[in-house]
Design a protein around this ligand. Structure first.
Ligand SMILES: [Zn+2]
Length: 189
């Protein structure tokens, strides 16, 4: 097993498991550091959001409804309770990458990315952006290629027209030894 495959195994661990493991290895401080790091990161994103005060039509319309589902507070717009991320490629990309690229998030598929982002954020066309991001990730593409290579291709055998036209020979074994023999030779015509 090479190191790449090792990483894949780690990536398959759920968030909760990852946190538990860091706790048992190094104690609470690491978990706190991680939580602190995430908090600082989210605060940074929200600071950027406050600085961009442009709003898409769809957002303005939602706000005009004044239906308690959407509101503005401290320069941040909430749509259905989620923070609206203004139209800014860099900012939206940062949120996408935060919820896909880190080792403990582990390059999940688009549904999982969506689930993670929607805990806090929303923007018009978010589904499309998430889909494009997941499909465009280089690392995911490379992993896919590796998975395909691992599976030996299956060939359909064509039906021979006459006996002995095609012969296949296969050795089954090693089997438990019996009278000094440990394999079976299978010949199919
Ligand atoms: Zn990926």
């Amino acid at each position: 097993m090479d190191t790449k495959e090792d990483n894949q195994d780690i990536q398959m661990l759920k968030e909760e498991l990852w946190i538990r493991r860091t706790t048992s290895q190094d104690g609470t401080p690491i978990v706190l550091l991680r939580q602190e790091h995430l908090k600082i990161r989210e605060e940074g994103i929200q600071e950027q959001i406050k600085k961009i005060q442009t709003r898409e039509q769809e957002v303005t319309r939602q706000l005009e409804k004044k239906d308690r589902q959407s509101w503005e507070e401290n320069k941040i717009v909430y749509i259905n309770g989620k923070i609206y991320v203004p139209r800014n490629r860099q900012l939206r990309d940062e949120i996408l990458s935060n919820n896909h690229n880190p080792p403990d998030v582990g390059h999940p598929g688009q549904h999982r990315i969506m689930e993670l982002i929607k805990r806090n954020y929303w923007w018009p066309g978010i589904h499309n952006d998430v889909q494009k991001y997941a499909q465009g990730c280089q690392e995911c593409q490379q992993n896919k290629v590796q998975h395909i290579k691992k599976v030996a291709p299956l060939y359909l055998l064509s039906t021979p027209k006459t006996p002995w036209e095609e012969i296949s020979i296969d050795v089954i074994g090693p089997l438990p030894r019996l009278e000094d023999k440990n394999a079976i030779l299978v010949v199919v015509d």
